[in-house]
Ligand binder design. Sequence first.
Ligand code: DHB
Ligand code: MG
Length: 219
Amino acid sequence: MSNVFSLVDEYLGELFTLEDQALIDTRQSIVHHGFPQHSVSATQGQLLYLLAKMCKSKRIIEIGTLGGYSTIWLGRALSPEGKLISIEIEPTYAQLARQNIKRTNLSAQLEIITGEAMKVLQNLDQNHGPVDLFFMDADKPNYISYFKWALENSRAGSLIIADNIIREGKILDLNSRDEKVIGVRNYLTMLSKEDRVNTSILPMVGKKEFDGIAISRVK
Ligand code: DHB
Ligand code: MG
């Protein structure tokens, strides 16, 4: 079954010509470096792009840059004066992302910061206005901390999006000892009780098997 999910994802990506050369090169660079194949798919990238456009993003923060694939999708949705900061803990990933971004015309709008995300967030200059879109795609045990920071730095209508919240259904396992599963289970439980946002959980199938994102809109 999962093969058909992957083939449909590929078919749709090609039908809509979602990836240009910069995105193709970025995806391939991650393979060539032997880094984890954890980038969003092209169809998911397009969804992030649309969501960022819909909330008229001037300020985007991403946690977990990897090779910069989703960074490029989100960066292309910024308004002309907009800025995106992407935080990556692994210096070799951050370096590759910086190279990949040079192939786009987004260099002036995108900044990759290497470091531990909570520390970087706490040291960010807060004089730039609210964050319009916050995308977390990194260490799952810290999702709740990232959410709290994002909510405090948001406006009505901001989106807080979290990747990998289904994990091939492993979130059903109440006794899981997998810290990623426990992390997203805690995140989902927190969201279910958080009345300062409206949340839609979007299960997804495709190249990345069965997973999904949580989209929360600040009231
Ligand atoms: C994992 C992380 C991701 O960001 C992703 O999209 C898929 C899997 C992981 O750590 O397992
Ligand atoms: Mg992910």
